[in-house]
Design a protein around this ligand. Structure first.
Ligand code: SAH
Ligand code: SF4
Ligand code: F3S
Length: 465
């Protein structure tokens, strides 16, 4: 989009917000509520940036004058949470009719959801999807200047908008989209349907954004994509993900580079080498397993089997011993037997994950798995879920305690929420450490002695160099 058009919309939104300010006798407030993954969190930073430019004061409370829910639909419970919040905020709007309520994000790309909003949630003022987020300034103008429900959903993107204002949650770290969408069509997953086909950003745009972030005080970037290992394939001048990493590494001022997510089928030796030889790339790889059973992996269309996965994971452990490996596991995929779950548990025992997110399979309308026979009864899935979780927790405890007594560098992220004499930092391997400190340490890198492992985090103390 022409960025002058966007600026023009923001100017018009500013006028409307300033009119509202005069009417209310105070600065109008806005609240952005995010569900889902880092991509959505990054999108919310863009929404927040636009709202601030329009003159809103950002607050945490959903009693704000403008409330926007950035939704997720990866599992049904994400959808249910949104409907729950809508019930609550609808009640608030009855008392404050000037309130505006908006919905955006992945869930809005589903036609059944839109039907439901039109029928049951008439009080929602604005609805848009994942492909037209950059139009938010224009929608904001319409929404603030007229009554009635505005709904605009596109079934595919038109272009990558590079110039949206953003506001970061943390001044010192930021997500950076390197690609959008997904082409993998894992049979259980709705993401390709709601986020569209895979599109990589031009490396020069990514580098430019990283340099700008550094000039604003960022030292840690997280490169985001549904499958970063296939980055660059569709570009006019193709470039691999490790090559991009090496470019980002050259940027002076960046101290830490993270990335999410690595699909095991595309993880190359070049990537392992690049991480191994880098001082900046963090010692953490999120490598979603989904299932340890080759039969289930095939039905999931994951394009790797148990052996290939183990080969990759073992190679990472061998080449980069300090690395944390985390994963995602789905239990209860159609046709999964207790023997298949045994295979998953076998992989957990062999890889010894540092942490794992375990999910019960959720049927997503329109995906191939939703119409597969042999759907697993809920009760059975819960039983198997408990077995997997117990195993995951056992290894996660064992793995995180392996650093006890070591001195490691932490980036201080915040003053501890429960005890203000402590600060909370994150290690390169993504482990959290709490240690005595003060607010002026936030955003700084501190060497910390990891005194005591408390399961999934450490208690420690800063050490002088
Ligand atoms: N692109 C990432 C995953 C994004 S979704 C990847 O391929 O690794 C995050 C996680 O949600 C997935 O790894 C998967 O474990 C889980 N998930 C996705 N669809 C699901 C479904 N229908 N039911 C349960 N879990 C699901
Ligand atoms: Fe979903 Fe698979 Fe794409 Fe990940 S790689 S977003 S699980 S389809
Ligand atoms: Fe959810 Fe969309 Fe992310 S469905 S997991 S918010 S890409």
């Amino acid at each position: 989009m022409d960025s002058s058009l966007m600026t023009d919309s923001i100017q018009r939104a500013r006028k409307l917000v300033s009119g509202l300010k005069a009417k209310l006798g105070r600065v109008p407030t806005a609240c952005v509520v995010t569900f889902g993954c880092q991509m959505n969190a990054r999108d919310s930073e863009k929404l927040t940036g636009i709202l601030i430019q329009a003159g809103f004061l950002i607050v945490e409370e959903e009693s704000a004058d403008f409330v926007i829910y950035n939704t997720c639909t990866v599992r049904d419970n994400a959808n249910q949470r949104v409907y729950g919040r809508l019930g609550y905020v609808g009640g608030l709007k009855k008392k404050n009719p000037h309130m505006k309520i908006a919905l955006c994000g992945c869930m809005m790309q589903e036609p059944t959801v839109i039907e439901k909003i039109k029928k049951t949630y008439r009080f929602v003022d604005l609805v848009f999807g994942t492909h037209n987020l950059y139009k938010f300034p224009e929608y904001l103008v319409s929404c603030l200047s007229q009554d009635g429900q505005i709904i605009d959903i596109w079934d595919k993107p038109d272009e990558i908008e590079e110039n949206l204002p953003t506001v970061r949650k943390y001044p010192f770290k930021s997500g950076v989209n390197i690609m959008f969408g997904c082409n993998n069509f894992c049979t259980y997953c709705i993401v390709p349907y709601v986020r569209g086909r895979e599109r990589s950003r031009e490396p020069k745009e990514i580098i430019k954004e990283c340099e700008r972030l550094v000039s604003e005080g960022v030292t840690e970037v997280m490169l985001l994509g549904q499958n970063v290992n296939s980055y660059g394939r569709g570009l006019e001048n193709p470039i691999s993900f490790p090559e991009l990493l090496k470019e980002v590494e050259k940027i002076e001022g960046i101290k830490r580079i993270r990335f999410m997510t690595s699909h095991p089928k595309d993880l190359s030796d070049e990537l392992i080498e690049t991480i191994k030889n880098s001082d900046k790339i963090c010692r953490h790889i999120h490598l979603p397993l989904q299932s340890g059973s080759s039969k289930i992996l095939k039905a999931m269309n994951r394009c790797y089997d148990k052996e290939r996965y183990l080969e990759v994971a073992e190679k990472i452990r061998r080449e980069i011993p300090d690395v944390s490996i985390t994963t995602d596991i789905i239990v209860g995929f159609p046709g999964e037997t207790p023997e298949d779950v045994d295979e998953t548990i076998d992989v957990i025992r062999r890889v010894e994950y540092d942490n794992a997110f375990t999910f019960i399979y959720s049927k997503r309308t329109g995906t191939p798995a939703a119409s597969m026979e042999n759907q697993v009864p809920e009760e059975e899935s819960h039983k198997q879920f408990d077995r997997v979780l117990a195993e995951v927790q056992k290894y996660a405890k064992k793995q995180s305690s392996r650093f006890e007594g070591r001195v490691m560098e932490a980036l201080v992220e915040e003053v501890n929420e429960n005890d203000s004499s402590l600060v909370t930092g994150r290690l390169s391997n993504n482990i959290i450490v709490h240690f005595p400190g003060s607010a002026d340490m936030v955003g700084k890198y501190v060497n910390v002695k990891l005194n005591e492992c408390k399961g999934f985090y450490y208690l420690g103390e800063a050490v002088c160099e």
